[in-house]
Design a protein around this ligand. Structure first.
Ligand code: FPP
Length: 256
């Protein structure tokens, strides 16, 4: 099921106006938080130590969003491919997610942050799903910052799940196949209520998008930075947002 029933926020796509203004910062920032393992390794510690340090950065980054004009923040916490890691690391990450949700629920609610999860919940354990549901419920009326956590998320998996539901609607007569255009599929994606990301950041020096928001990032700007995620700061995000404001985004059009 799509993650929410609220109206889809207007997305910035090729069909929108191209003026934006050079001073306009990104409204939606998406982050691939990479480098926890290397950060821990450099300190002679186990990989999970790096993930715990990474979880601490999430709070600082979420809290600096309003000052930067970032209304939507989407973070990649666990991919559909991450199950291939050792059982110890996967179990440790799942336990970290449970702890993070329990620990941060109150702070997120008081800071007026609305939390959503995207990804396939089917493979996640029951306790974690209950906590995810509770956090979404507790923060459902908030609207200062929209934090989306991608957990067991893969862009191709999301498109496949969306296509399945779309096909079911065609089969049941709810959707006329002739009416399907590029506005149709996004309504079936996990992100159906979110605008497309304006800026996608990946930390740790890798220049890949690793199956993250494939459909949604068609017109996003990308920043690949060397900083390892546990060292990422609010100042660095501010610098990247400023850099974004100076870019000329044309969405395929020619500026007149
Ligand atoms: C990639 O670094 C990071 C992950 C697979 C996990 C991301 C998780 C967090 C930042 C922790 C907490 C998140 C929340 C929402 C509580 P890596 O392990 O691939 O690093 P490496 O490339 O250096 O090995």
């Amino acid at each position: 099921m799509p993650i929410g029933t609220d109206t889809r926020a207007p997305a910035r796509t090729g069909k929108d106006d191209v003026t934006g203004g050079p001073e306009a910062g990104p409204r939606h920032v998406a982050i691939i938080m990479d480098g926890n393992g290397r950060w821990a390794q450099a300190r002679g510690r186990p990989r999970l130590f790096g993930h715990h340090a990474g979880a601490k950065r999430v709070r600082e980054v979420v809290e600096c969003c309003p000052a930067l004009g970032v209304k939507y923040l989407t973070i990649f916490a666990f991919s559909t491919e991450n199950w291939k890691r050792t059982q110890v690391e996967v179990a440790g990450l799942m336990s970290l997610f449970r702890r993070y949700i329990s620990k941060e629920m109150k702070a997120l609610a008081t800071k007026n942050v609305r939390v959503r999860f995207i990804g396939d919940r089917e493979r996640l354990d029951k306790k974690l799903i209950q906590l995810m549901d509770a956090l979404e419920r507790e923060t459902a009326d908030n609207d200062r910052t929209h934090l989306t956590i991608a957990l067991n998320y893969g862009g191709r998996d999301e498109v496949a799940r969306a296509t399945k539901r779309l096909a079911q609607d065609v089969a049941s007569g709810k959707l006329d196949p002739e009416s399907v255009d590029e506005e149709t599929l996004p309504r079936y994606l996990d992100t159906c209520v979110l605008p497309d990301p304006d800026l996608v950041i990946r930390t740790s020096g890798e220049a890949r998008i690793s199956n993250f928001l494939l459909w949604q990032s068609a017109y996003a700007e990308y920043e690949f930075i060397d900083t390892l995620w546990p060292d990422f700061t609010a100042e660095e995000l501010a610098r990247l947002c400023q850099g974004y404001g100076g870019r000329d985004r044309r969405f395929g059009a020619v500026k007149t």
